[in-house]
Design a binder for this molecule. Structure first.
Ligand SMILES: Cc1ncc(COP(=O)(O)O)c(C=O)c1O
Length: 388
């Protein structure tokens, strides 16, 4: 079988040892508390489900790449309410099948593999689609290591790199660290990208998942050469529906619309009908946040109790933690699995290894199961003598 070498050289995800042990723990009949994957278990709000169900058409025809006018108006109203920005629904908004595909495919529009200036810059640790999209499109990934306070200070990327860069990713709030970029950080990054004529793409799929100050958006400081990526996956508990949107510079939005006709990256009308209801409504997002805050408060109190240090973690439903003294992230994750606790070792995010010594904990277990999970976790610390 002859395959694209980009595909064969990707390598497998490194969590084989963890997955094997998780299967063993399950097979032994032990309760598993999964803080691993960022896939919420709280139900999709009923009005959104109803809109999805009620919009299944009798006659099914091809949907439009730009989606319905109602969908785009709903998104424009959300952007106005949430960030105080005005977006033209006809030229500045496009629906996506979740943000992953839209993130992955963007380099196909921006990168010319034959040229020297084919770099794609993104934070490390980070979401794998930045790297993988760049590779498949024939670009060269350049990773910005998020050391120094777990911040994305991409304006510090050296000039000789920026000169060869066509696309830069930022991710705020950031997966896995939960770090948030301030308006000032966003403006500095934007200014550098304008100076070097780089498309700045901001992955903001966690912008409504917070329990403190609402995170800012690139759209508040940018007017050209930028795109923002949003999603209903985490905001509305709709990972399975696959729905998001892109907004930004009309020239880039229109170019991406043209591109997306080629692979047929077109969400179904039914999905857009559910999404129209979801972006119109803030109440369900508020109540999801209220529940998240209760979980996060419980978890913060637990960390203070057992002496686990929380790093960054200003937003998202993730906590980024330093492992206890003397144990690395992978060994710590394996040890926690003895007690049925699943967490993600920091080294699994990104390629540079900057996440070694950290773990990511997703607030996915329900509020009802959280106390039992934390008791099991506490017992491990007591057995190992890690509790202060
Ligand atoms: C940073 C980041 N971007 C994008 C995505 C993709 O989200 P979706 O495709 O569900 O919108 C995720 C999912 O976990 C993510 O963590």
């Amino acid at each position: 079988m002859r395959l694209n070498p980009v595909f064969t050289q990707l390598g497998t995800y490194p969590q084989i040892a963890l997955d094997r042990k998780k299967a063993e723990v399950r097979a032994a009949g032990k309760t598993v508390f999964d803080f691993g994957t960022g896939d919420p278990v709280e139900p999709t709000p009923e009005p959104i489900r109803q809109a999805l169900i009620n919009s299944v058409p009798k006659i099914s025809q091809y949907p439009k790449v730009q989606g319905s006018a109602a969908f785009r108006a709903s998104v424009a109203s959300y952007l106005d309410r949430r960030f105080g920005v005005t977006a033209d629904p006809d030229t500045q908004i496009l629906p996506t099948s979740g943000s992953k595909e839209a993130v992955f495919h963007l380099p196909f529009l921006t990168i010319d593999p034959a040229t020297e200036d084919n770099l794609v810059v993104f934070p490390d640790p980070g979401y794998p689609a930045y790297d993988r999209g760049a590779l498949f499109a024939g670009g060269r990934p350049w990773m910005y290591r998020m050391e120094g306070g777990w911040k994305q200070r991409l304006w510090e990327v050296p000039g000789e790199v920026l000169r060869r860069t066509r696309l830069m990713w930022i991710n705020t709030p950031h997966n896995p660290s939960g770090a948030v970029m301030s308006l000032d950080d966003l403006k500095r990054t934007y200014d550098v990208c304008r100076e070097y004529d780089i498309l700045l793409a901001s992955d903001e799929c966690y912008c409504d998942v917070y329990d403190g100050e609402p995170p800012a958006s690139l759209q508040q400081v940018a007017d050209e050469g930028y795109l923002c990526f949003h999603s209903l996956s985490k905001r509305s508990g709709m990972t399975g529906v696959r729905s998001g949107f892109i907004s930004g510079d009309p020239k880039w939005v229109q170019a991406y619309r043209q591109f997306r006709i080629n692979p047929g990256l077109v969400p179904q009308d039914t999905v857009n009908a559910g999404a129209t209801v979801a972006w119109q409504d803030d109440e369900h997002a508020d109540s999801r946040r209220a529940l998240l805050k209760r979980k996060k408060d419980m978890f913060r109190a637990f960390c203070a109790d057992v002496g686990l240090e929380i790093i960054a973690s200003q937003a998202t439903f993730y906590f980024w933690l330093k492992t206890p003294e003397g144990i690395d992230d992978e060994a710590y994750a394996l040890r926690l699995l003895d007690a049925g606790i699943v967490v993600s070792p920091g080294r699994y995010f990104g390629k540079s290894g900057v996440g070694k010594g950290y773990i990511r904990v997703a607030m996915v277990p329900t509020i009802e199961t959280l106390p039992a999970a934390l008791e099991a976790w506490r017992a491990v610390h007591q057995e190992e003598g890690w509790t202060p």
